[in-house]
Design a protein around this ligand. Sequence first.
Ligand SMILES: NC(=O)c1ccc[n+]([C@@H]2O[C@H](COP(=O)([O-])OP(=O)(O)OC[C@H]3O[C@@H](n4cnc5c(N)ncnc54)[C@H](O)[C@@H]3O)[C@@H](O)[C@H]2O)c1
Length: 669
Amino acid sequence: MNNFQQQLLQGIPDALPNLKSYDKEINHAPKRKDILSEDEKKLALKNALRYFDAKHHAVLLPEFKSELDTYGRIYMYRFRPDYEMYARPINEYPGKTVQTKAIMHMIQNNLNPIVAQHPHELITYGGNGAVFQNWAQYLLVMKYLAQMTDEQTLIMYSGHPLGIFPSNKNAPRVVVTNGMMIPNYSKQDDWERFNALGVTQYGQMTAGSYMYIGPQGIVHGTTITVLNAGRKIAKHNENLAGKLFLTSGLGGMSGAQPKAGNIAGCITVCAEVNPKAVHTRHSQGWVDEVISDLDELVRRVRKAKEKKEVVSIAYQGNIVDVWEKFDTENIYVDLGSDQTSLHNPWAGGYYPVNLSYKSANTMMVDQPELFKEKVQKSLRRQAEAINKHTSKGTYFFDYGNAFLLEASRAGADIMAKNGIDFKYASYVQDIMGPMCFDYGFGPFRWVCTSANPEDLVKTDVIACEVLEKMMEDSPEEIKQQMNDNIQWIKGAQENKLVVGSQARILYADAEGRIKIAQEFNDAIADGRISAPVVLGRDHHDVSGTDSPYRETANIYDGSQFTADMAIHNVIGDSFRGATWVSIHNGGGVGWGEVINGGFGMVLDGTKEAEQRLQAMLFWDVNNGIARRSWARNDEAIFAIKRAMEAEPNLTVTLPNMVNDTLLENIFKK
Ligand SMILES: NC(=O)c1ccc[n+]([C@@H]2O[C@H](COP(=O)([O-])OP(=O)(O)OC[C@H]3O[C@@H](n4cnc5c(N)ncnc54)[C@H](O)[C@@H]3O)[C@@H](O)[C@H]2O)c1
């Protein structure tokens, strides 16, 4: 057994590892709000010390107290392992089942410094999307996974491994909950308090569920969104050449925008205040050019428009300045959006205009009320500038980052005339919902656990063949989606999308997902693919997420504020064969604003895997289509009727439509 394997099996070491110095080269999480009272701080310390033998408490206590005082959280930096953090080939992990080894592969990918946003604070993306709350949890989880059999299930409470319980071979190996709260305790400050106490965490979507595959997942979704937004504004079916897309954020997900803009063929300007984030995306080749002077930016954009260049430009500075400058300079913006992290507005998700990045980071901790005022003022200014552009014809859409929600809370002029809706639609209302989710198309993904790029090439070829075959007799309604995804998979290798594990994403419907998975399983069985493949998806999907301003924003029967679909989804996945399942409060739009869930499924080439994939993937997509069809969405009614024709064991309750005139007449005096 090698050193790495021994360390995994050891879990929390008996002897204290050496103290670690704070690595300034790494992108660290911002200091969190100092929210705990003295008694609560004592409780947080007691909670943290539960993981360690009492003989270490005298040493660890001052150290953890200092972390709590300095960073607002106890990360237990000392226990961060010395070995390199990345997804190793599956056979390098110790363990008794391929299922748990595959999960270790996925966890290490989520914490890989080239993938994770704040790797030392165990944050994968979105500023606060945690895999674990602290390093003790990581060490214990890896040990449990290395020890357990396929007759056991590991129970995860918001990063904390409660224990391994007896179960059975068909049960999930891991069941994860993140941030599940009593509903009345789900405000932003509740997250600050209970996370600081060490009893909950914000798992985002694919962070706390071990399913993040780097920015590729989001490049794909963003490309599909920009392409379809382009189709919405196209007057004569023209493409996006020479058109300008203005947005913000070069972080975990937002960093995909310039790359997606290039793939979609437009000019992208993306503002980002954090120089480290700009540098990361530029050095990775995800954005072509960096400009930090507004006049220079204007000149560059004019030139790009004139020459119809396909180019992406990072503006190092505040997005509000760009919206205002482009207005005064009369630069026409064709498509506009925003991807600052407004799901987390008061703790580093949004940087107000006219305040330096550094001062903002200090103010949000030392003067939180003043910082809040500045954020809200900045949002009002941003909305005002956007309104000026839209009055000239810009198509602006909310990118599911709670921009419209927070701008409305800040009192910005962003409400529609009826005072209920926003002036602008979200990308799900206008684009993703009707064009993708209602038909069952969503972010299906897979990871080759051999870590061998050749396996990924083989899976790409297989997936492409499956889609091309399906395209031959797919109905007109879904041909555009099929075609976009065939083009995507054909260009995937050339676009060099892999960062971290050997992963691929594409949008497919239930039939596509099942057929692709089936072919992978066969290829593993006959050795064409050399090791198990993990299937999964983003939670941002047809059925996985209830979120009234995002995934379920195009549900109009009032049920967009319920979360039955997401809860049913995870329960249904768990008994139909998922290898792991997870359900989260928060993710994308913020704590208390969304319930979302996901799964991971290990394909190992066996007959059992075949049965599981068929049962689970069918449910995992059609649950959401059935709900969307009950909400009277035409596209979903079409899709669920097709599913019922194909599967005689499926019976879904269909809605009857009411004649609107009949309804209106009854209210006429
Ligand atoms: N990409 C998608 O498909 C998608 C889908 C749904 C939601 N979202 C949402 O988009 C948001 C961004 O996600 P992320 O993972 O990139 O978060 P992130 O925190 O990693 O990145 C956001 C970036 O915005 C920058 N920023 C903040 N205020 C700014 C300002 N005023 N001007 C310029 N830059 C500013 C920050 O410095 C940060 O780097 C989240 O709320 C996420 O939920 C993204």
